[in-house]
Each structure stands twice: as C-alpha cells, then as structure tokens.
Design a protein around this ligand. Structure first.
Ligand code: NAD
Length: 260
C-alpha cells in the first residue's frame, strides 16, 4: 500500500515549479490530487499527474478570491470526498528599490502570499473539522520569513505573515487532529528564481544571466540550489504519520543557507 493511498491533497500553485514537484510526489505515493492555479492551462498538470497512476483534477483558481477558494475545496469534496492535506504553495514575488515599489505590488504580494494562505487554511480547516478526520496544513513561507532580503520588503512581510498565521492556527486546531506547519525553501531552481536572478542581478550589479544565482549558491553550505523534489520530501514528511506530533513549526529546506 502506498503511503498516501486514499488521501486527498490540495496543492495551490501545483501546476509548476515547487508545487508541481510536490503534487507529483503525492501522486507517486498514491494520493488523489487537486491542483489550484491561476494559469488557465493548469489542467495540463492534472494530465501529467495522472501518469503516475493516481487521480488528479485541476481548477483555475485565484487564491485571493474567496469564491475561487471555496470552488477549489468543493472540487476536492466532489471528486474525492474531502480534503486530508492542504498545501498552500501559491506565491508571487516582485523586486524593486523602495522608491519604485508600487502600492499595487505591495497589495498583490500580500494578497496572494498571505491572504491566499489564510483563505485556503480557513476553507480546509472548516471542512476537516466537519469530516472529523483531522488533517494536515502545510504553508509555504520562504528563507525571507527568517531574514528579509534587499529590495523585497513586501515579499518578506508576506512570508513573515505566513509564519505568524501558521502558529496562530496551529494553536487553534491543536486538539482536533489537525496540524499546521510552515516551510521555508531557500534557493530553488524554478521560474521564480529565473526572475529573481534577472531582476536582483540588474539591481545589485551588472550580473549576466545565472551569475547572481551562482554567487548566492556559493553561500549555501551544500553548494547547490535546491530542487522541487527537495521541498517535496519535507512536505510529504509533514503530511505523513511520522509527523503526527509536529505542529506550529517553521522548517527550512535550503541546504543549510539559514540555520535559525
Ligand atoms: P512559480 O513562479 O514557479 O510558481 C508559482 C505558482 O503560484 C504557480 O503555480 C501559480 O499558478 C501560482 N499562483 C500565483 N498567483 C496565484 C494566485 N493568485 N492564485 C492561485 N495560484 C497562484 O514559483 P515557485 O518557485 O514554484 O514558488 C512556489 C512557492 O514557493 C511560492 O510561495 C514561493 O514564494 C515559494 N518560494 C520559492 C522559492 C524559490 O527559490 N523558488 C524560495 C522560497 C519560497
């Protein structure tokens, strides 16, 4: 029997990057997957996930909009009879000097990265409570929830917020067999990092493509960038029976980049 057979896992942003690697990990381990993503072609991810032998659906969903989030969890109910694990992974970043950081970017970043996590946790908890089966919530923060980097005050604020809401919710549901944890990926090779490399690279000096990332990777004790699979290993552990007594925690997955 596979580890997550019979379990249903909702993954926001599960159509690409870290989220897709996480969804694939659960699909390989037997789970039913519900992907929620902003891209209108996110159903391609569901087709990819089905190749691992499991069942998967994808819903176009903006995590900043309550009706979209309700529809996402309705899909989990409709197709698979509920949600067991909810992974709040969807996120965005922009990078700008303070004088160029627009209110629009500030609001959008907080809306997706923090309010989106709140709305999904709220919906998941209400349904897990109703089912009486408990469940697992895993919220994606960032190394920037430990140490704010330059030119991203809005992103750092949004991710510190994720840690705060994780701790608060973990306390609220601790006696209901629901755990709530946060993860802090470091430098993970995805589209988001391509953007980071380009824009930070321009603002911090005259870096050529890939150069900034390479120099930051030099600061990682393990001397390599992370992969989606590295993150998926931690998420699967937190969703597993081995993590029953772990809640309210924030765990780095970054090759040792940040050790606090
Ligand atoms: P990515 O850009 O490859 O993917 C982002 C995902 O978020 C996409 O699937 C997209 O559909 C989804 N998304 C964005 N806005 C959305 C919205 N309004 N509603 C629903 N979905 C939305 O990024 P990634 O690198 O895979 O990042 C995934 C998560 O990990 C993010 O929360 C990010 O902040 C965090 N993170 C990434 C890194 C890294 O180095 N890549 C490091 C630390 C934290």
């Amino acid at each position: 029997m596979k580890r997550f057979e019979g379990k249903t896992v909702v993954v926001t942003g599960g159509n690409k990057g870290i989220g897709l690697a996480v969804a694939e990990r659960f699909a390989r381990e037997g789970a039913n997957i519900v992907v929620g993503a902003i891209e209108t072609d996110c159903d391609k991810a569901a087709e990819q996930l089905k190749q691992h032998g499991g069942r998967a659906v994808a819903i176009v969903c903006d995590v900043t909009r309550k009706p979209d989030v309700v529809a996402l969890y309705d899909a989990a109910d409709l197709h698979f009879g509920g949600v067991d694990v909810s992974i709040q992974n969807a996120g965005i970043i922009t990078i700008a000097k303070i004088e160029d950081l627009t209110e629009k970017d500030w609001d959008a970043t907080i809306a997706v990265n923090t309010k989106g996590v709140f709305l999904c946790c709220q919906e998941a908890i209400v349904r897990m409570r109703k089912s009486g089966k408990g469940g697992r919530l895993i919220n994606t923060a960032s190394g920037q929830a430990r140490d704010g980097f330059i030119f991203t005050p809005h992103y750092a604020a949004s991710k510190f917020g994720v840690v705060g809401l994780t701790q608060s919710l973990a306390k609220e549901v601790a006696q209901e067999n629901i755990t709530v944890n946060a993860i802090c990926p470091g430098i993970i090779n995805t589209d988001m990092w391509d953007y980071n490399d380009r824009v930070w690279g321009k603002l911090l000096g005259d870096y050529r493509p890939g150069e900034l990332m390479a120099s930051w990777v030099e600061n990682i004790p393990m001397k390599r960038a992370g992969t989606g699979e590295d993150v998926a290993g931690l998420v699967a552990f937190l969703a597993s029976d081995d993590a029953t007594y772990i809640t309210g925690q924030t765990i780095n997955v970054d090759g040792g980049l940040i050790m606090s």
